[in-house]
Design a protein around this ligand. Structure first.
Ligand code: HEM
Length: 195
């Protein structure tokens, strides 16, 4: 029986990075949003400081994970969809490039925001990181705004990413989403695909 596979699978490590970082970024995003938008330092005992500290402790881990993940990604090509058009491949690559850019820009802009406000940033609440930029209360609102608007843009890009994954699953009915689930393969022999 011919067994000519039309696409490869994501490796276990690629799936591990994907779901670990997805969980951290989504949880960190909601905690950051809740802390920044729903709580106020001017309301006594609002818990804002604790919420922002929790946001930083969770989100600083993205700094380490994105270095490891980028190293893995640069040395391991992801599976490609052989039947996608040139434009579809370009759109997928542009979307994934944007996600990698945001996974770097979000923690960096948050770190710069805290450093410029004169706060020490700790990696996962374990050990202090050096100040990324000097304390400067005049420039701090700019880092704050960059982090805030990048954060909202990140939320929109993540929603778009989830929408595309669901489109693959429910409309295109292909194995793209299933292929990223632990223990599942998206590889299909051409026989299984009826070709
Ligand atoms: C992937 C990583 C990160 C994501 C997705 C993220 C996302 C967010 C979001 C959505 C907000 C709310 C913005 C607003 O509506 O004003 C926020 C606020 C904040 N983030 Fe992050 N963040 C990340 C990493 C970091 C890091 C590493 C730090 C610092 C070390 C940090 C420091 C802050 C601070 C101080 C605020 C509150 C700003 C304010 O109260 O105006 N963030 N973050």
């Amino acid at each position: 029986m011919r067994n000519d596979f039309v696409q490869q699978d994501f490796t276990a490590l690629a799936k591990f990075f994907h779901w670990l970082m997805a969980a951290i970024i989504i949880v960190g995003w909601f905690i950051g949003f809740y802390g920044a938008e729903m709580l106020s330092y001017s309301v006594p005992h609002s818990g804002k400081a604790a919420m922002i500290t929790l946001h930083k402790d969770i989100s600083t881990t993205v700094l380490l994970l994105i270095v490891l993940r980028s190293a893995w990604r640069l040395t391991h090509r992801p599976p490609h969809a052989p039947h996608a058009s040139g434009f579809q491949r370009f759109a997928v690559q542009a979307g994934h490039f944007m996600l990698y850019f945001l996974m770097i820009a979000m923690p960096i802009s948050g770190w710069a925001n805290s450093s410029s406000a004169g706060y020490t940033v700790e990696f996962a609440g374990i050990f202090p990181l050096p100040a990324l930029v000097p304390t400067n209360h005049a420039i701090q609102p700019i880092y704050d705004a960059i982090h805030k608007y990048l954060g909202w843009f990140t939320g929109a890009v993540i929603l778009g990413h989830i929408a595309m994954a669901l489109k693959h699953h429910f409309i295109d009915r292909d194995h793209t989403l299933r292929g990223m689930l632990p223990g599942c393969k998206r590889t299909m022999s051409s026989r299984a695909m009826g070709r």
